[in-house]
Each structure stands twice: as C-alpha cells, then as structure tokens.
Design a protein around this ligand. Structure first.
Ligand code: S3P
Length: 433
C-alpha cells in the first residue's frame, strides 16, 4: 500500500476554490435522471463517489455526458429506467447505494446494488426495513442488512415512518421510493439531517410539505419529476472544513475557502469552531440555486475545548475527524457524544480517529457514542505513522495534523482522498508555499 511522508510547514496562505458538494452532486444526477428534459450541472464533484453515481445512472439507461467540467443529464422518468445487464457497482459510496435502492424500489426493473469491501460492511437494514414497509421487495446478505442488495422494483404504497436516526441517506431513500408510490408518505422523528433532497425535489416541482416535525411527499401524478434542475453545485463544506482547521491550529495561517455551501443543516462545524475561539470571517454571502453560499476565511487562533452533542451531531457528522484535530490542539477537554453514527461510516470513525490521535501523542477516551479528547493546549502533536483505513476523511484529517506535528508523519493510502476531494494534495502543496 502506498503512503506519503510529511513534515510541518512554517506558513499557510491562500484562496481556495472548493470543489462541488458531494451530497448535491449525487442528487443532481439521480434526480435529473428521473425528470423530464435535460439539465446542465456545473462545478460537479468529480470525486470517485459521484463518478460511481454517474456510471450507475448510465447502466440504468440514462444519458449522462461529462464535458469541460460540466455534466449533462437527459431525464427518462421513473418508468424510462432500463434494467441493467449487470450488478450496479456503487464503489465506496453509501449515498449512491442507499438513494438508488430507494428510487429503484418503486420502478418496474430488477437491480443488484453492491460496492467495495467498506460499503459491503455498512448497515443497510436502516433503508431495507422501511422500504419493505412501503411494499418494496428487497433483500441482501444478513437478511438484508448488508450489500449486495437485490431490488425487485414494484408498486409501492404510501404510509408513515418515524425515522429513528438522523440520516439524510435514509430520509432520501424513502422520499425517492415514495415518488413511485400510490399514496403520500409522511416522515417524522429524526428528519433533522441535511435537507438537500427536500430543497432540490421542491425546485423540481415535487409536492413536498415540510413542517417542524414531519415531511409529507405526494407522489407526482405521472412517475416523473416535473422539471429538470440545472445548477452550479456549491463548494462542499465538508471539504472546506479541513482548511478551516488547518488555519485555526497553525501558528502562522490565513486561508480563505471560496464558494462554500452554508446550508444550516451542514454548518455545525463552523458553529463549533466559533465556540472554540477560531477567528472566522464569512463574506460574500449569497443564494446559489436552492442553497446559501459564502466565502469563509480562518486565521491562526487559540482554541478552547468544547462539547459536541445532541442536535449539533447531524449538522457536522462528516466533520468529526477534522474537528478532533482541532480539539487535540485546543486548551482543555473536548467531549463528543450522541455520535454513534460514526461507527457506520467509511470506517468506524470512533475507533479509527481515537487510534490516530493516540499515535499523535494525544490522550483520548473512546466511548460507545463518541470520545473525550484531552487538548494539548496548542499545536504540539508528535509526528507518527497514521492509518487512513481507506477512509478519505481520515487521510485528510491526518494531512492537516501533519502541518503542525513535530518530526515526520506518514499517512497510508493517500489516494483515498479522491473519493471526495480529487485535488486535495495539490491544494495542500499550494497553500504551503
Ligand atoms: C450523506 C449523508 C450522511 C453523510 C454522507 C453523505 C448524503 O450520511 O455522512 O457523507 O449525501 O445524504 P447519513 O445519511 O448516513 O447520515
């Protein structure tokens, strides 16, 4: 396995164009695939996960063209999807597998969805059980809890489902299944995950009512989304967050991330860094498509420990590995709790983050639903040999740690960053100059 060797850097400066948001890029392809007409998507994330979505859409008979950094999708409606000749390979992407499983459950075709070893080890009962309750015929290994998942499309009914976990993938899978259903679907419970699906479906003409405690989707009269959605995908906050923490923990840094999606269901990391004392300025705030966007500048800061729990968790779930690096360099203790979802990500991020921090010389106490991190009171990490566990967000968190660690830091599998941030290592080199 390849690895990268790194040492700390004296100064960080730069304006960084943030690549397109991963969640929105996936949805732009999947939703437009079942719309009427053609859509043009710019700033599409060409990370491996979103390329998996494109190749699955093509295997389902949807025309998707990629030219000059743009993606063009020609919608075929739910009934126009073609039964693929082979299994659909979702690679490392949970979003591809779960959203497609929901969508395909309400079509008239048979599909098998699978992915790499990491994706095949992640829990799927969370979508399979509620989809079955809507009438879906879906099965998989371990009674349907592990991919490959076999989906025999058919007619679904509406109904009501109380979401037990705040998961946008589960929420979206059910909303997509309901598009092909015979009656309305009401979702309640933990509907407080990222809301890109709701924003985009509404922009595409779907009858979706969103209240504080429930979401009600009325299926369109014809099995097709009324309008295509052309958009510029805003920058991914989850990618920008690596640079925010790099600037905040580094003694001589000022970094500006340009065009970042500031959807309030995603901005928990900004709130936490603000509470920790990070010097953050947000400028150029605007609305792009259905999403709020802005430029975020972070400068060298003296950070204090904090508590990350409850309603904050779904708003920063993907940022916990990089926030753990901020916590490690802060004054005092940081407690993360209510975050058991971390165990079901690309790696078990409670175990893998705790192991990496320990190697960097930080005292950590893992718990079933989070961890307590004893901050070093400054950027006093010790260089170490760190494992990425094929998890893109771990590789990037360790790269940020290496900017302030003494001695040499070795990071395994640096290529894994391509899953969500194809130009990560190049940008890192540019800001170190
Ligand atoms: C995503 C939802 C989140 C997130 C993942 C992307 C999405 O997962 O961790 O990276 O695009 O819907 P969960 O829905 O499992 O919380």
């Amino acid at each position: 396995m390849s690895s990268v060797h790194r040492t700390s850097r004296p100064r960080l400066r730069g304006d960084i164009d943030i690549p397109g948001d991963k969640s929105i890029s996936h949805r732009a392809v999947i939703f437009n695939a079942v719309a009427t007409g053609s859509a043009r998507i710019t700033n599409f994330l060409t990370g491996a996960d979103c390329l998996s979505t494109i190749s699955c859409a093509r295997a389902l008979g949807v025309e998707v063209a990629q030219e000059d950094g743009e993606v063009h999708v020609r919608g075929v409606g739910l009934r126009g999807l073609r039964e693929p000749a082979d299994v659909l390979d979702c690679g490392n992407s949970g979003t591809t597998l779960r959203l497609l499983a929901g969508l395909l459950a309400g079509t008239s075709i048979f599909t098998v969805l699978t992915g790499d070893a990491s994706l095949r080890s992640r829990p799927q009962r969370r979508i399979v059980e509620p989809l079955r309750a809507l009438g879906a015929q879906i099965d998989g290994r371990q009674s349907g809890d592990r991919a490959p998942l076999a989906v025999r499309g058919g007619s679904l009914r509406g109904g009501a489902y109380r979401l037990p976990v705040a998961s946008a993938q589960v929420k979206s899978a059910l909303l997509l299944a309901a598009l092909g259903g015979s009656g309305p679907l009401t979702l309640s419970g933990r509907i407080d995950s990222r809301d890109h699906t709701e924003r985009m479906l509404i922009a595409m003409g779907v009858d979706l009512q969103i209240g504080p405690d429930e979401i009600i989707l009325h299926p369109p009269t014809h099995p097709v989304l009324p309008y295509p959605l052309s958009l510029r995908v805003p920058g991914d906050l989850s990618s920008a967050a690596f640079w925010w923490v790099a600037a905040a923990i580094h003694p001589d840094a000022e970094l500006t991330t340009l065009g970042v999606c500031l959807n309030p269901t995603r901005t928990g990391a900004l709130d936490v860094l603000g509470t920790m004392g990070a010097a953050i300025t947000i400028t150029n705030q605007r609305i792009e498509g259905s999403e709020p966007v802005g430029d975020v500048t972070v400068r060298s800061s003296h950070l204090r420990g904090t508590i990350i729990d409850r309603a904050l968790i779904p708003r920063l779930i993907d940022e916990i590995p990089i926030l753990a690096i901020a916590a490690a360099c802060a004054e005092g203790e940081t407690v993360v709790r209510d975050a058991q979802e971390l165990r079901a990500k690309e790696s078990d991020r409670i175990a893998t983050v705790a192991a990496g921090l320990t190697a960097l010389g930080v005292e950590v106490e893992p718990a079933h639903d989070g961890m307590t991190i004893m901050g070093l009171g400054g950027p006093a990490l010790c260089g170490a040999a760190l494992q990425s566990h094929h998890d893109h967000r771990l590789a990037m968190a360790w790269a940020v740690a290496s900017l302030v660690a003494s001695g040499e830091t070795t990071i395994t599998d640096p290529e894994s960053t391509a899953v969500s941030y194809p130009g990560f290592w190049e940008t890192l080199r540019e800001i170190e100059r």
